[in-house]
Design a protein around this ligand. Structure first.
Ligand SMILES: [Ca+2]
Ligand SMILES: [Ca+2]
Length: 408
Protein backbone atom coordinates (compact mmCIF):
# COMPACT_ATOMS: atom_id res chain seq x y z
CA UNK A 1 0.00 0.00 0.00
CA UNK A 2 1.46 3.40 -0.97
CA UNK A 3 1.62 6.24 1.51
CA UNK A 4 -1.04 8.16 -0.41
CA UNK A 5 -3.63 5.39 -0.53
CA UNK A 6 -2.94 4.74 3.15
CA UNK A 7 -3.89 8.38 3.80
CA UNK A 8 -7.07 7.93 1.72
CA UNK A 9 -8.01 4.99 3.90
CA UNK A 10 -7.21 7.09 6.97
CA UNK A 11 -9.51 9.89 5.78
CA UNK A 12 -12.32 7.46 5.03
CA UNK A 13 -11.88 5.90 8.48
CA UNK A 14 -12.07 9.38 10.00
CA UNK A 15 -15.34 10.06 8.13
CA UNK A 16 -16.83 6.96 9.62
CA UNK A 17 -15.75 8.22 13.03
CA UNK A 18 -17.08 11.78 12.70
CA UNK A 19 -20.32 11.13 10.82
CA UNK A 20 -22.42 13.85 9.17
CA UNK A 21 -21.63 17.36 7.95
CA UNK A 22 -23.25 20.58 8.98
CA UNK A 23 -25.24 22.24 6.19
CA UNK A 24 -23.25 24.49 3.82
CA UNK A 25 -23.56 28.25 4.16
CA UNK A 26 -25.30 30.04 1.33
CA UNK A 27 -28.14 28.81 -0.83
CA UNK A 28 -29.21 29.35 -4.42
CA UNK A 29 -32.63 29.73 -6.02
CA UNK A 30 -33.34 30.06 -9.74
CA UNK A 31 -36.41 31.95 -10.96
CA UNK A 32 -37.68 31.72 -14.54
CA UNK A 33 -38.64 35.33 -15.40
CA UNK A 34 -40.01 34.49 -18.84
CA UNK A 35 -43.58 35.84 -19.32
CA UNK A 36 -45.54 32.88 -20.66
CA UNK A 37 -47.21 34.59 -23.64
CA UNK A 38 -43.99 36.01 -25.13
CA UNK A 39 -41.70 34.44 -27.77
CA UNK A 40 -38.44 34.90 -25.90
CA UNK A 41 -37.00 37.09 -23.16
CA UNK A 42 -33.67 38.27 -21.79
CA UNK A 43 -32.89 39.89 -18.41
CA UNK A 44 -29.89 42.18 -19.01
CA UNK A 45 -29.42 44.36 -15.94
CA UNK A 46 -29.94 44.08 -12.19
CA UNK A 47 -30.51 46.93 -9.75
CA UNK A 48 -31.57 46.09 -6.19
CA UNK A 49 -34.66 43.89 -6.45
CA UNK A 50 -35.40 44.96 -10.05
CA UNK A 51 -34.33 43.40 -13.37
CA UNK A 52 -34.42 45.12 -16.78
CA UNK A 53 -34.23 43.66 -20.27
CA UNK A 54 -36.60 42.86 -23.07
CA UNK A 55 -39.16 40.38 -24.28
CA UNK A 56 -40.10 39.60 -27.87
CA UNK A 57 -43.80 39.44 -28.59
CA UNK A 58 -45.34 39.21 -32.08
CA UNK A 59 -41.81 39.60 -33.54
CA UNK A 60 -41.27 42.94 -31.78
CA UNK A 61 -38.85 43.64 -28.93
CA UNK A 62 -40.39 45.33 -25.90
CA UNK A 63 -38.32 46.83 -23.06
CA UNK A 64 -39.21 44.96 -19.89
CA UNK A 65 -38.91 45.36 -16.14
CA UNK A 66 -39.23 42.62 -13.50
CA UNK A 67 -39.25 42.57 -9.70
CA UNK A 68 -38.13 39.01 -9.10
CA UNK A 69 -40.93 36.97 -10.68
CA UNK A 70 -42.35 36.30 -14.16
CA UNK A 71 -45.72 37.68 -12.98
CA UNK A 72 -44.14 41.00 -11.98
CA UNK A 73 -43.29 41.78 -15.63
CA UNK A 74 -44.00 45.39 -16.69
CA UNK A 75 -44.06 46.26 -20.40
CA UNK A 76 -41.98 49.47 -20.84
CA UNK A 77 -42.76 49.73 -24.56
CA UNK A 78 -44.13 53.23 -25.37
CA UNK A 79 -47.34 53.45 -27.40
CA UNK A 80 -46.58 53.95 -31.09
CA UNK A 81 -42.94 52.79 -30.92
CA UNK A 82 -41.69 50.08 -33.30
CA UNK A 83 -39.34 48.28 -30.90
CA UNK A 84 -37.66 48.98 -27.57
CA UNK A 85 -35.15 47.39 -25.22
CA UNK A 86 -33.58 48.07 -21.81
CA UNK A 87 -29.98 47.11 -21.06
CA UNK A 88 -29.19 49.17 -17.95
CA UNK A 89 -30.73 49.81 -14.55
CA UNK A 90 -29.87 52.04 -11.60
CA UNK A 91 -32.05 52.76 -8.60
CA UNK A 92 -35.61 52.73 -9.94
CA UNK A 93 -34.60 53.87 -13.46
CA UNK A 94 -33.98 51.85 -16.62
CA UNK A 95 -31.93 52.78 -19.72
CA UNK A 96 -31.90 51.52 -23.27
CA UNK A 97 -33.28 52.67 -26.58
CA UNK A 98 -36.49 52.97 -28.54
CA UNK A 99 -36.93 52.61 -32.29
CA UNK A 100 -39.48 54.75 -34.10
CA UNK A 101 -39.32 53.26 -37.58
CA UNK A 102 -35.68 52.49 -38.38
CA UNK A 103 -33.58 54.56 -35.98
CA UNK A 104 -32.87 53.74 -32.35
CA UNK A 105 -32.87 56.61 -29.85
CA UNK A 106 -31.34 56.49 -26.35
CA UNK A 107 -34.09 56.42 -23.73
CA UNK A 108 -34.55 56.54 -19.98
CA UNK A 109 -37.53 55.07 -18.08
CA UNK A 110 -38.71 55.33 -14.46
CA UNK A 111 -40.64 52.07 -14.18
CA UNK A 112 -43.53 52.63 -16.59
CA UNK A 113 -44.01 52.80 -20.37
CA UNK A 114 -45.24 56.42 -20.11
CA UNK A 115 -42.25 57.59 -18.10
CA UNK A 116 -39.71 57.49 -20.96
CA UNK A 117 -37.40 60.43 -21.67
CA UNK A 118 -35.69 60.86 -25.05
CA UNK A 119 -31.88 61.19 -24.58
CA UNK A 120 -31.03 61.15 -28.30
CA UNK A 121 -28.40 63.87 -28.95
CA UNK A 122 -29.18 66.48 -31.63
CA UNK A 123 -27.41 65.56 -34.87
CA UNK A 124 -26.91 61.88 -33.98
CA UNK A 125 -27.98 59.11 -36.39
CA UNK A 126 -28.73 56.63 -33.60
CA UNK A 127 -27.95 56.24 -29.90
CA UNK A 128 -28.26 53.69 -27.08
CA UNK A 129 -27.93 53.66 -23.28
CA UNK A 130 -25.84 50.72 -22.00
CA UNK A 131 -25.02 51.74 -18.43
CA UNK A 132 -26.36 53.92 -15.63
CA UNK A 133 -25.11 55.08 -12.23
CA UNK A 134 -25.65 58.00 -9.84
CA UNK A 135 -28.06 59.91 -12.09
CA UNK A 136 -25.88 59.56 -15.20
CA UNK A 137 -26.24 57.39 -18.31
CA UNK A 138 -23.62 56.11 -20.75
CA UNK A 139 -23.51 54.25 -24.03
CA UNK A 140 -23.04 55.20 -27.65
CA UNK A 141 -24.19 57.75 -30.20
CA UNK A 142 -23.37 57.77 -33.90
CA UNK A 143 -22.40 61.30 -34.91
CA UNK A 144 -20.83 62.28 -38.26
CA UNK A 145 -20.62 58.60 -39.26
CA UNK A 146 -18.62 57.55 -36.17
CA UNK A 147 -19.94 55.48 -33.23
CA UNK A 148 -18.87 57.44 -30.18
CA UNK A 149 -18.63 56.59 -26.47
CA UNK A 150 -21.17 58.87 -24.80
CA UNK A 151 -22.25 60.16 -21.42
CA UNK A 152 -25.51 61.85 -20.35
CA UNK A 153 -26.90 63.41 -17.17
CA UNK A 154 -30.60 62.79 -17.66
CA UNK A 155 -31.35 64.98 -20.70
CA UNK A 156 -30.56 64.91 -24.43
CA UNK A 157 -28.79 68.30 -24.07
CA UNK A 158 -26.43 66.93 -21.43
CA UNK A 159 -24.67 64.65 -23.96
CA UNK A 160 -20.86 64.49 -23.55
CA UNK A 161 -18.69 62.99 -26.31
CA UNK A 162 -16.08 60.59 -24.81
CA UNK A 163 -14.65 59.47 -28.17
CA UNK A 164 -10.81 59.49 -28.09
CA UNK A 165 -9.16 61.27 -31.02
CA UNK A 166 -7.90 58.83 -33.64
CA UNK A 167 -10.17 55.90 -32.72
CA UNK A 168 -12.32 54.26 -35.43
CA UNK A 169 -15.19 53.84 -32.97
CA UNK A 170 -15.72 53.77 -29.22
CA UNK A 171 -18.35 52.45 -26.82
CA UNK A 172 -19.18 52.64 -23.12
CA UNK A 173 -20.53 49.37 -21.69
CA UNK A 174 -20.57 50.10 -17.96
CA UNK A 175 -20.33 52.89 -15.39
CA UNK A 176 -20.02 53.24 -11.64
CA UNK A 177 -18.46 55.64 -9.13
CA UNK A 178 -17.65 58.27 -11.80
CA UNK A 179 -15.92 55.71 -14.07
CA UNK A 180 -17.00 54.59 -17.53
CA UNK A 181 -15.66 51.31 -18.94
CA UNK A 182 -15.88 50.02 -22.50
CA UNK A 183 -13.72 49.76 -25.57
CA UNK A 184 -12.32 51.65 -28.55
CA UNK A 185 -10.95 50.42 -31.86
CA UNK A 186 -7.56 51.77 -32.89
CA UNK A 187 -5.71 50.45 -35.97
CA UNK A 188 -8.00 47.40 -36.20
CA UNK A 189 -7.56 46.36 -32.54
CA UNK A 190 -10.42 46.52 -30.03
CA UNK A 191 -8.96 47.90 -26.79
CA UNK A 192 -10.52 47.78 -23.31
CA UNK A 193 -10.89 51.35 -22.11
CA UNK A 194 -11.65 53.46 -19.09
CA UNK A 195 -12.88 57.05 -18.79
CA UNK A 196 -13.76 59.43 -15.96
CA UNK A 197 -16.26 61.75 -17.61
CA UNK A 198 -14.29 63.35 -20.47
CA UNK A 199 -12.70 62.28 -23.76
CA UNK A 200 -9.30 63.47 -22.41
CA UNK A 201 -9.57 61.13 -19.42
CA UNK A 202 -9.30 58.03 -21.66
CA UNK A 203 -7.09 55.24 -20.21
CA UNK A 204 -6.07 52.32 -22.45
CA UNK A 205 -6.58 49.04 -20.52
CA UNK A 206 -5.44 46.83 -23.43
CA UNK A 207 -2.70 44.42 -22.21
CA UNK A 208 0.36 44.36 -24.44
CA UNK A 209 0.06 40.55 -24.87
CA UNK A 210 -3.63 40.66 -25.93
CA UNK A 211 -5.02 40.46 -29.46
CA UNK A 212 -8.30 42.13 -28.46
CA UNK A 213 -9.80 43.23 -25.17
CA UNK A 214 -13.16 44.62 -24.00
CA UNK A 215 -14.22 46.05 -20.64
CA UNK A 216 -17.89 45.35 -19.90
CA UNK A 217 -18.19 46.21 -16.21
CA UNK A 218 -16.84 48.45 -13.44
CA UNK A 219 -17.52 48.86 -9.72
CA UNK A 220 -15.75 52.22 -9.65
CA UNK A 221 -12.31 50.83 -8.77
CA UNK A 222 -12.08 47.54 -10.71
CA UNK A 223 -13.01 46.85 -14.33
CA UNK A 224 -13.90 43.51 -15.88
CA UNK A 225 -14.51 41.96 -19.29
CA UNK A 226 -12.23 39.81 -21.41
CA UNK A 227 -8.80 39.70 -23.03
CA UNK A 228 -7.90 37.50 -26.02
CA UNK A 229 -4.57 35.95 -25.01
CA UNK A 230 -2.91 32.72 -26.22
CA UNK A 231 -5.90 31.84 -28.41
CA UNK A 232 -8.44 32.01 -25.58
CA UNK A 233 -11.02 34.67 -24.72
CA UNK A 234 -10.33 35.02 -20.99
CA UNK A 235 -12.66 36.58 -18.44
CA UNK A 236 -10.56 39.11 -16.57
CA UNK A 237 -10.41 41.84 -13.99
CA UNK A 238 -8.42 45.10 -14.13
CA UNK A 239 -7.55 47.59 -11.40
CA UNK A 240 -7.26 50.71 -13.51
CA UNK A 241 -4.21 49.89 -15.64
CA UNK A 242 -3.49 47.60 -18.61
CA UNK A 243 -0.83 45.64 -16.72
CA UNK A 244 -3.10 44.99 -13.71
CA UNK A 245 -5.25 42.38 -15.47
CA UNK A 246 -6.05 39.16 -13.56
CA UNK A 247 -7.04 36.03 -15.51
CA UNK A 248 -10.43 34.64 -14.36
CA UNK A 249 -10.74 32.01 -17.10
CA UNK A 250 -11.52 28.62 -15.51
CA UNK A 251 -8.84 26.05 -16.39
CA UNK A 252 -11.23 23.89 -18.45
CA UNK A 253 -12.77 26.80 -20.41
CA UNK A 254 -11.85 27.80 -23.97
CA UNK A 255 -13.77 31.10 -23.77
CA UNK A 256 -15.12 33.19 -20.92
CA UNK A 257 -16.24 36.77 -20.31
CA UNK A 258 -17.33 38.92 -17.41
CA UNK A 259 -20.49 40.88 -18.23
CA UNK A 260 -21.20 42.63 -14.90
CA UNK A 261 -19.70 43.27 -11.47
CA UNK A 262 -21.07 44.20 -8.08
CA UNK A 263 -18.98 44.51 -4.96
CA UNK A 264 -16.31 41.82 -5.25
CA UNK A 265 -18.38 39.49 -7.49
CA UNK A 266 -18.23 39.09 -11.26
CA UNK A 267 -21.01 37.55 -13.39
CA UNK A 268 -20.66 36.32 -16.97
CA UNK A 269 -20.19 33.03 -18.78
CA UNK A 270 -17.62 30.34 -19.47
CA UNK A 271 -17.66 27.96 -22.44
CA UNK A 272 -16.86 24.53 -20.99
CA UNK A 273 -16.96 21.43 -23.17
CA UNK A 274 -19.59 22.40 -25.74
CA UNK A 275 -21.81 24.51 -23.47
CA UNK A 276 -21.93 28.22 -22.58
CA UNK A 277 -22.44 28.27 -18.83
CA UNK A 278 -23.63 31.27 -16.78
CA UNK A 279 -20.85 31.88 -14.26
CA UNK A 280 -19.92 33.75 -11.11
CA UNK A 281 -16.47 34.69 -9.81
CA UNK A 282 -15.13 36.33 -6.64
CA UNK A 283 -11.96 37.86 -8.07
CA UNK A 284 -9.88 34.78 -8.94
CA UNK A 285 -10.04 31.96 -11.51
CA UNK A 286 -10.41 29.30 -8.80
CA UNK A 287 -13.42 31.14 -7.29
CA UNK A 288 -15.51 30.17 -10.35
CA UNK A 289 -19.06 28.97 -9.60
CA UNK A 290 -20.98 27.23 -12.37
CA UNK A 291 -24.45 28.86 -12.37
CA UNK A 292 -25.56 26.72 -15.31
CA UNK A 293 -25.37 23.61 -13.10
CA UNK A 294 -28.14 25.14 -10.94
CA UNK A 295 -30.64 25.19 -13.84
CA UNK A 296 -33.20 22.49 -14.63
CA UNK A 297 -31.78 19.96 -17.15
CA UNK A 298 -33.86 21.30 -20.07
CA UNK A 299 -31.66 24.43 -20.27
CA UNK A 300 -28.94 23.65 -22.81
CA UNK A 301 -26.90 26.87 -22.40
CA UNK A 302 -27.04 30.01 -20.30
CA UNK A 303 -25.48 33.46 -19.96
CA UNK A 304 -25.33 35.86 -17.01
CA UNK A 305 -25.57 39.55 -17.95
CA UNK A 306 -26.22 41.52 -14.75
CA UNK A 307 -25.59 41.39 -11.03
CA UNK A 308 -26.74 43.35 -7.98
CA UNK A 309 -25.75 42.83 -4.37
CA UNK A 310 -27.72 43.84 -1.33
CA UNK A 311 -26.02 42.78 1.89
CA UNK A 312 -25.73 38.99 1.71
CA UNK A 313 -28.21 38.69 -1.21
CA UNK A 314 -26.81 38.44 -4.74
CA UNK A 315 -29.15 38.68 -7.73
CA UNK A 316 -27.82 37.63 -11.15
CA UNK A 317 -29.78 38.20 -14.35
CA UNK A 318 -29.42 36.43 -17.67
CA UNK A 319 -31.05 33.93 -19.93
CA UNK A 320 -30.91 30.34 -21.09
CA UNK A 321 -32.22 28.18 -23.92
CA UNK A 322 -35.12 25.99 -22.77
CA UNK A 323 -35.03 22.97 -25.09
CA UNK A 324 -38.60 21.98 -24.13
CA UNK A 325 -40.03 25.27 -25.43
CA UNK A 326 -37.26 26.03 -27.95
CA UNK A 327 -36.84 29.61 -26.72
CA UNK A 328 -34.40 31.79 -24.78
CA UNK A 329 -35.90 32.59 -21.39
CA UNK A 330 -35.00 35.36 -18.92
CA UNK A 331 -33.53 33.92 -15.71
CA UNK A 332 -32.73 35.18 -12.23
CA UNK A 333 -30.27 33.44 -9.90
CA UNK A 334 -30.52 34.53 -6.25
CA UNK A 335 -27.88 33.66 -3.65
CA UNK A 336 -28.48 34.24 0.04
CA UNK A 337 -25.64 33.97 2.53
CA UNK A 338 -21.87 34.21 2.32
CA UNK A 339 -19.62 32.84 -0.42
CA UNK A 340 -16.61 31.70 1.61
CA UNK A 341 -13.18 31.44 -0.03
CA UNK A 342 -11.19 29.41 2.51
CA UNK A 343 -8.78 26.58 1.65
CA UNK A 344 -9.74 23.35 3.40
CA UNK A 345 -13.31 24.50 4.08
CA UNK A 346 -15.02 21.81 1.99
CA UNK A 347 -18.54 22.41 3.31
CA UNK A 348 -18.10 26.20 3.03
CA UNK A 349 -19.31 27.04 6.52
CA UNK A 350 -16.39 29.39 7.18
CA UNK A 351 -14.38 26.98 9.35
CA UNK A 352 -11.86 24.20 8.69
CA UNK A 353 -12.56 21.25 10.96
CA UNK A 354 -13.70 17.63 11.06
CA UNK A 355 -17.04 18.51 9.46
CA UNK A 356 -15.05 19.05 6.21
CA UNK A 357 -13.81 15.43 6.06
CA UNK A 358 -17.03 13.96 4.70
CA UNK A 359 -17.39 16.55 1.88
CA UNK A 360 -13.65 16.18 1.07
CA UNK A 361 -14.07 12.46 0.45
CA UNK A 362 -17.24 13.10 -1.54
CA UNK A 363 -15.47 15.72 -3.68
CA UNK A 364 -12.73 13.19 -4.51
CA UNK A 365 -15.02 10.22 -5.12
CA UNK A 366 -18.04 11.91 -6.80
CA UNK A 367 -17.24 15.49 -7.93
CA UNK A 368 -20.66 15.98 -9.57
CA UNK A 369 -22.56 14.98 -6.44
CA UNK A 370 -20.26 17.21 -4.35
CA UNK A 371 -21.03 20.21 -6.61
CA UNK A 372 -24.76 19.47 -6.47
CA UNK A 373 -24.66 19.23 -2.68
CA UNK A 374 -22.38 22.27 -2.16
CA UNK A 375 -23.23 24.64 -5.06
CA UNK A 376 -21.70 27.71 -3.34
CA UNK A 377 -18.32 25.98 -2.83
CA UNK A 378 -15.42 26.82 -5.12
CA UNK A 379 -12.28 25.06 -6.32
CA UNK A 380 -10.35 27.48 -4.10
CA UNK A 381 -11.69 25.73 -0.98
CA UNK A 382 -10.87 22.17 -2.02
CA UNK A 383 -7.53 22.89 -3.76
CA UNK A 384 -5.62 22.54 -0.50
CA UNK A 385 -2.14 22.74 -2.07
CA UNK A 386 -3.10 25.73 -4.27
CA UNK A 387 -1.90 24.21 -7.56
CA UNK A 388 -5.12 25.05 -9.43
CA UNK A 389 -6.59 21.53 -9.57
CA UNK A 390 -8.27 19.21 -7.08
CA UNK A 391 -6.96 15.64 -6.88
CA UNK A 392 -5.21 13.12 -4.63
CA UNK A 393 -2.29 15.51 -4.17
CA UNK A 394 -4.64 17.61 -2.02
CA UNK A 395 -5.14 14.81 0.55
CA UNK A 396 -1.97 15.36 2.57
CA UNK A 397 -2.31 19.18 2.56
CA UNK A 398 -5.96 18.75 3.60
CA UNK A 399 -4.93 16.63 6.58
CA UNK A 400 -2.38 19.32 7.51
CA UNK A 401 -5.18 21.95 7.26
CA UNK A 402 -7.37 19.85 9.54
CA UNK A 403 -4.65 19.53 12.16
CA UNK A 404 -4.29 23.29 12.48
CA UNK A 405 -7.99 24.17 11.81
CA UNK A 406 -6.89 26.18 8.78
CA UNK A 407 -4.41 25.74 5.94
CA UNK A 408 -0.83 26.78 6.65
CA1 LIG B 1 -16.06 23.86 6.98
CA1 LIG C 1 -4.62 20.93 -5.72
Amino acid sequence: MSARSFISVAVIAAVTAFGTSRPAHGSWTVTILHPSHTTYSLAEAASGVQQAGFVVSEQRAHAALWSGTAESWIDLHPAGATESGASAASGMQQGGSISWGQRWRAALWSGTADSWIDLHPAGATWSDIRAMSDGQQAGIAEVAGVIRASLWSGTADSWVDLHPAGAAWSSVQAMNGGQQAGCVEVAGVTRASLWSGTADSWIDLHPVEAGHSVARATNGTQQAGFVFVNGVYRACLWSGTAASWVDLNPAESGMSEVMAVSGGRQAGFAHVGTVNRASLWSGTADSWIDLHALLPPEYSYSFAHGISSDGDVLRITGYGLNTLTGRDEALLWTHTGAIVLLRGDLNCDGAVNNFDIDPFVLALSDPALYQARYPSCTLHNRDCNGDGVFNNFDIEPFLACLESFGCP
